[in-house]
Design a protein around this ligand. Structure first.
Ligand SMILES: Cc1cc2nc3c(=O)[nH]c(=O)nc-3n(C[C@H](O)[C@H](O)[C@H](O)COP(=O)(O)O)c2cc1C
Length: 221
């Protein structure tokens, strides 16, 4: 069983990456082979609307025809049994790199049927981890959870299953005393980092564990 993590944050050692590492540790503890890829390591664009993936008799039907540094990443994702995505929320949605990745992953698989269908035929377990600077209350007030819920629905529709983990009120800056950000109380941020973030890491670990267990059940019912 292969579990892949996709980090949509430019930072390889901060909140999103740490949560993904924990999720993959949980998957690894259940015997899965794990790999974490960082989208910012790759040079690529989002969907270019070439529609090669929609041409009925074309050799790229159901597959992204664009060849760039994302191509091997998409291949790895399509072969994984457990797919765990992670992204910070930037201005109310995932990062641009995560968005471009999702366009390339989902558009070839999505069918313009009524109701919309999916060409993805394998059983995979998927999850999306979000990190937000906002508290849960502010995230709700500003509608960030609408974007998160829409992504979960899309993942369920295209890949068959998905669950979501949100880590709120994250510790954004290495040193709050060096940045101009009067909205934040550095002591409060440090407290959340020390007390809440480890709980989120544990939830991520348990999620990784659960996804592999569910994946094994799906293979051998
Ligand atoms: C460009 C940018 C935009 C952001 N926009 C939001 C936002 O709309 N809502 C929010 O809650 N946090 C926002 N944040 C904060 C990040 O989502 C948060 O710090 C996140 O945990 C960073 O993830 P990382 O530590 O993995 O890089 C933003 C951060 C940046 C750099």
């Amino acid at each position: 069983m292969k579990a892949i993590g996709i980090n949509g944050s430019p930072r390889k050692k901060w909140n999103t990456a740490i949560l993904l590492e924990n999720a993959l540790k949980g998957a690894g503890a259940q015997g899965a082979k794990t790999e974490l890829l960082h989208l910012y390591d790759y040079n690529y664009k989002g969907c270019i609307s070439c529609f090669a993936c929609k041409k009925k008799t074309g050799k790229s039907y159901g597959k992204c025809a664009v060849k760039d540094e994302l191509t091997p990443v998409l291949k790895k994702v399509s072969q994984a049994d457990v797919i765990i995505l992670g992204s910070p929320i930037y201005f109310g949605s995932g990062t641009g790199e995560m968005r471009s990745f999702l366009e390339r992953l989902f558009f070839p698989l999505m069918t313009y049927t009524d109701p919309p269908g999916s060409l993805f035929s394998r059983k995979v377990q998927t999850a999306f981890i979000y990190t937000l600077g906002a508290t849960q209350e502010i995230a709700r007030e500003r509608g960030f959870d609408n974007h998160i819920a829409a992504n979960e629905m899309l993942m369920k529709r295209i890949l068959g299953s998905s669950e979501t983990l949100c880590s709120y009120d994250t510790y954004q800056f290495e040193d709050y005393s060096k940045v101009y950000a009067p909205r934040f109380d550095p002591e409060e941020k440090a407290k959340v980092r020390a007390e809440v973030f480890p709980v989120d890491c544990q939830k991520a670990f348990e999620m990784g564990t659960r996804l592999v267990r569910e994946g094994k059940k799906a293979i051998k019912p």
